[in-house]
Design a protein around this ligand. Structure first.
Ligand code: NAD
Length: 443
């Protein structure tokens, strides 16, 4: 098989067709690889075989349809192994109760590989985020199971949901950790058409790049959130402060947006897993302990702001606008909205909510009245909290929102609105580190 003029490239298998696996498979198909995706979720595989995309990710449906000839979806690991040589593992690695990464899905894949019989043709490539040391453990497990001919590499994924395709196809870097340079070369060949910078290293270093990167980004978020909280005390505007800081090339502008804390399927669990990994190795990672604590407190500060305006929240109606952990995804894992909703319900508040892609209540949103639009959620509310900066929420008719509310209290949890305009519209407005009278002060 020839891929975009870069020479023959190995047929690819992907175990786990979730956010990462599906994007990996579809993107590799788009650069000329033949890809077989396997999942254990029968409904997901059936949907994929029907041409439906089981997740919301911009551009994915179109790319999937365009390269359908290079994509096969199956429940069968045998079929995947028959059809592929380089086999990515992209199963979920959630947190355990202790905060460590749960590797049970990864280990289940090894059991299956032993049963089905992987062989010397197959090179396993770990895309799932796994703690440092996992690769060595997997290597040892493969050897014990008589799969010593099966190769192993680490190739952590850095894509962001909502921009996953561009992140995959135009990566800042591709990190490949290998025990054998020939294996690293086979993985590098798959990525060749991207022309990306490739970092080749040992398996533990590759695993650590992923955790250290996510921990650093989370640290940047908690840092700017603390700066925002201080801004509120001293009369500075965090947006201007972040802009001024970000122009310093040593700092950079990314991830300096203050808000109500990070959520999602990666940062909370990866930061916690790195903290536990350090602790299990005898090192107390003090900075990460603070990053996590600051993030928890940041979500709760919204409750304090609501109480400042409304007093006790019992019987008050609060509308949450945006439920996913960020815009352009349907992912609700560890979303700040879930913490806020639970806290508000515990305070005795009534909670309404709107999100453009969350329809139909789930257990996680028990007690929350989902509405079909911003206007519906805001009607009769004592306060509105902008939780996720979806475009249709930011661009809502805010004068209409105000008219529909019982009391016009507006908390902008993502600093996505103009405080001066919102105050002029008659809202009692709270941003994060943005006090209307200090906003936009330039000399
Ligand atoms: P996900 O839950 O969306 O997908 C995992 C998929 O694996 C599910 O569809 C599940 O059914 C399937 N699965 C589980 N066991 C299986 C098995 N034995 N065989 C086949 N399929 C199996 O998870 P995700 O968000 O795609 O994350 C996958 C990994 O990638 C995690 O380790 C995560 O930390 C990492 N990661 C995620 C992101 C992200 O933004 N979501 C970014 C970078 C890295």
């Amino acid at each position: 098989m020839t891929g975009n003029g870069s020479g023959p490239r190995a047929p690819v298998g992907v175990i786990g067709a979730g956010y990462v696996g599906l994007v990996t498979g579809v993107c590799l198909a788009s650069i000329g690889c033949d890809v077989t995706l396997r999942d254990i979720d029968a409904a997901k595989v059936a949907a994929l075989n029907d041409g439906q995309v089981p997740i919301y990710e911009p551009g994915l449906a179109e790319l999937m349809a365009e390269h359908a000839d290079h994509l096969t979806y199956t429940l069968s690991l045998e079929r995947l192994l028959e059809r592929s040589e380089v086999v990515f593992i992209a199963v979920d690695t959630p947190s355990t109760y202790s905060g460590d990464a749960d590797l049970s899905r990864v280990m289940a894949v090894l059991d299956e590989l032993e049963r089905v019989g992987a062989d010397a043709r197959h090179l396993l490539v770990m895309k799932s985020t796994v703690p440092v040391g996992t690769g060595e453990r997997v290597r040892a497990e493969l050897d014990v199971r008589g799969l010593d001919q099966v190769g192993y590499c680490s190739n952590p994924e850095f894509l962001k949901e909502g921009a996953a395709i561009a992140d995959f196809l135009e990566p800042d870097r591709v990190v490949i950790g290998a025990f054998d340079p020939a294996h690293a070369e086979r993985v590098a060949e798959l990525y060749a058409p991207l022309g990306a910078t490739i970092v080749r290293t040992s398996v533990p270093s590759a695993e650590m790049v992923k955790y250290a990167s996510n921990a650093f980004l989370a640290t940047k978020i908690s840092f700017i959130n603390e700066i925002a909280n201080v801004c509120e005390e001293v009369g500075a505007d965090v947006d201007v402060v972040a802009h001024g800081m970000g122009l310093d090339r040593r700092i950079g502008p990314a991830f300096l947006r203050a808000g109500i804390g990070f959520g999602g399927s990666c940062f909370p669990k990866d930061v916690s897993a790195l903290k536990q990994l350090a602790g299990n190795s005898g090192y107390h990672f003090q900075l990460l302990t603070s990053v996590i604590e600051v993030n928890e407190l940041q979500k709760r500060r919204v409750i304090g702001k609501l109480k400042k305006h409304l007093g006790a929240l019992e019987g008050k109606r609060v509308a949450l606008l945006g439920l996913t952990f960020k815009p352009e995804t349907d992912d609700m894992r560890e979303a700040s909205s879930l913490v806020l909703a639970a806290r508000l319900l515990a305070e005795g508040a009534e909670v309404t909510a709107y999100d453009p892609v969350v329809h139909g209540s789930t257990d996680r949103l028990k007690g929350v009245a989902l509405k079909p639009d911003v206007a519906g959620a805001a009607t009769g509310a004592d306060a509105v909290v902008l939780v996720t900066e979806w475009r249709d929420i930011v661009e809502a008719d805010w004068a209409d929102v105000r008219d529909r509310m019982r009391t016009p209290v507006l908390i902008d949890g993502r600093n996505a609105l103009d405080p001066v305009r919102m105050t002029a519209l008659g809202f009692a407005f709270e941003g994060i580190g943005r006090i209307p009278e200090h906003v936009g002060v330039t000399l």
